[in-house]
Design a protein around this ligand. Sequence first.
Ligand code: PGA
Length: 252
Amino acid sequence: MRKKIVAGNWKMNKTFSEADDLINKIIELISDNNFDNVGVVLCPPFVYLELATDMTEDIEIAVAAQNVSNYEFGAYTGEISAPMLKSMDVEYCILGHSERRKYFNEDSKLLAEKVNILLKNDIIPIFCCGELLPEREAGNHFNIVEKQITDALWHLDSVQFKKIVLAYEPVWAIGTGVNATPEQAQEMHAFIRGIISTKYGAEVAENTTILYGGSCNSKNAKELFANPDVDGGLIGGASLKAEEFVKIIESF
Ligand code: PGA
């Protein structure tokens, strides 16, 4: 059975003491519960990764980076490499988030390089895809999402592809308070699973975790996660408050 995941993408938020506080509170709330059925992932900024991996050492919470360099080491001032992340017990890394595509011009060629470097270093990519509002309005959303996925991932063989987690994040839903409806999410997730099945076979498709992201919160998570092809969420704003984030995990 494929893995259910709730991942909290903090983006560029929290000071050190706030990060420490948030992780502490999440651990406290999670310790009171039994979340055997869902993997919890925290995605803090780079500078708090070690704090996060240290604090979560004795609890079933994984840590993800929000980005990685496409180079493995060397003279790339300001960059963070996959081996560095691996050496700090980081298990996942978000890739292709719409904010990185938009503000940092990340394209599919670069993302394919980053995917390769993560897999080489045994870190699981959480690969984001999603259409802009005009693209949906023009009825182009399936084509756009398919192209984002095929351009950056289709060079992988099936052993490699099995390690990928996908996140469908319609850009118009990110940070807007307007989430995709459960029907819209299910329709796109089923479409994504379909193209994976055509390329890598039904078994790989069945076992691929596909998260939904975009204004997912404790009020709409249950409805979204109830869909057969929605395997959890990539949560932005609502992951910055411990109670809210843990309520989302409880929505399964
Ligand atoms: P949001 O962000 O939950 O704040 O809409 C989701 C994301 O960007 O991953």
